[in-house]
Design a protein around this ligand. Structure first.
Ligand code: NAD
Ligand code: LMR
Length: 338
């Protein structure tokens, strides 16, 4: 049959599956763009009990798009069913910030979710599971998840900063009126928050067929150090202000970029941004979930080493690290009282 060359299915779980990011994400995963057109998939969709009706609607739509690589779709509100034998876990669901909620309240609600899901992941998922946390605060949720899933290797945990990375590429490209794929090696350091440091000191662009550094091409250090940084840091909030909803289409696309690169690797001398568990590189506290430049080969993530930090970039990196340490400490305090 035409299916002869299709590989045995992998199990992919998406949490928050009835939400708006998942609505864009499910199609892209099912189309084969992420894990390959020859990789069949069993999709596990987790959401909370009141959303099970909405999930049924999503399943009808998956059936109706009739994609050949989808072998089964399992909707559930049960963590064991959700995480059982999964190869890939996309943690999109989280408690959103509501009016009047303090950061502490948000952290404490999310700690509860990620603690419970971490314990379930540890117990039921494959030990090789590749984990991506998207739900905010993404870095700290990932920290808590990893903390409660000690039997899964530390290098399997990541959080999403690829959207910020793509935003940075987009801003450089539009400033130079070139295609975004001509912008290489931007870096997002630190937290997926407004303290992140979008760094283009090592980035190159191709302008009129010639490769050159971003600083040389743009010829405006002031714009690169101020306005550019601020636009990227505040882009999420700007989308919320305009849409009255947080970014979803671009977030789903970034999730696919992140997982596709993890699966298929990056080119030599190229990197992407991912939040990973720090090994202490660049003087960051070991264990913190911190976004770094990441090179990927044969499914293995490695932090790009030996990039020079000047006083300005050191200060920017320290600032976002400080926020992450505070978030982590608040989250750990919240777990001990739960
Ligand atoms: P959404 O509110 O539309 O969907 C979230 C879904 O999660 C809902 O269906 C909800 O019922 C579900 N959910 C809540 N608690 C759950 C639990 N314990 N288990 C399973 N499901 C649960 O939100 P969205 O727009 O899809 O965004 C999802 C998250 O992603 C938010 O936290 C958002 O802030 C975050 N986000 C992150 C990035 C990033 O770049 N890291 C970008 C955009 C959005
Ligand atoms: C984004 O970067 O678009 C989102 O993380 C913003 C948010 O707070 O949900």
């Amino acid at each position: 049959s035409s299916n002869k060359d299709v590989k045995d299915p992998i199990r992919v779980v998406i949490t928050g599956a009835a939400g708006q990011i998942a609505y864009s994400l499910v199609y892209q995963i099912c189309s084969g763009e992420v894990f390959g057109k020859d990789q069949s998939i069993i999709l596990h969709l987790l959401d909370i009990t009141p959303m099970m009706g909405v999930l049924q609607g999503l399943i009808m739509e998956v059936e109706d798009i009739s994609l050949p690589i989808v072998k089964n779709v399992i909707p559930t509100d049960n963590e064991e069913t959700a995480f059982k034998d999964v190869d890939v876990a996309l943690f999109v669901g989280a408690m959103p910030r509501k009016e009047g909620m303090e950061r502490k309240d948000l952290l404490s609600a999310n700690v509860k979710i990620f603690k419970s899901q971490g314990i379930a992941l540890d117990k039921f998922a494959k030990k090789s599971v590749k984990v991506l946390v998207v739900g905010n605060p993404a870095n700290t949720n990932c920290y808590i998840l990893a903390h409660y899933a000690p039997s899964i290797p530390r290098e399997n945990f990541t959080c999403l900063t690829r959207l910020d990375h793509n935003r940075a590429k987009g801003q450089i490209a539009s400033r130079l009126k070139i295609s975004p794929d001509l912008v290489k090696n931007v870096i997002i350091w630190g937290n997926h928050s407004s303290t992140q440091f979008p760094d283009v000191r090592f980035s190159t662009v191709v302008v009129n067929g010639k490769e050159t550094s971003v600083y040389e091409a743009i010829q405006n250090d002031n714009w690169l150090k101020n306005e550019f940084v601020s636009i990227v840091q505040k882009r999420g909030a700007a989308v919320i202000a305009a849409r009255k909803l947080s970014s979803a289409m671009s977030a789903a696309k970034a999730i696919c970029d992140h997982m596709r690169d993890w699966w298929q690797g990056t080119k030599d001398n190229e990197w992407v941004s991912m939040g990973v568990i720090s090994d202490g590189s660049y003087g960051i506290e070991k264990g913190l979930v911190f976004s770094y430049p990441i090179h990927i080969k044969n499914g293995k993530l490695s932090i790009v080493q030996d990039l020079k930090l000047d006083d300005w970039s050191r200060e920017m990196i320290d600032k976002t690290q400080k926020e992450l340490i505070e978030e982590k400490n608040d989250a750990l305090t919240a777990t001990s009282s739960q």
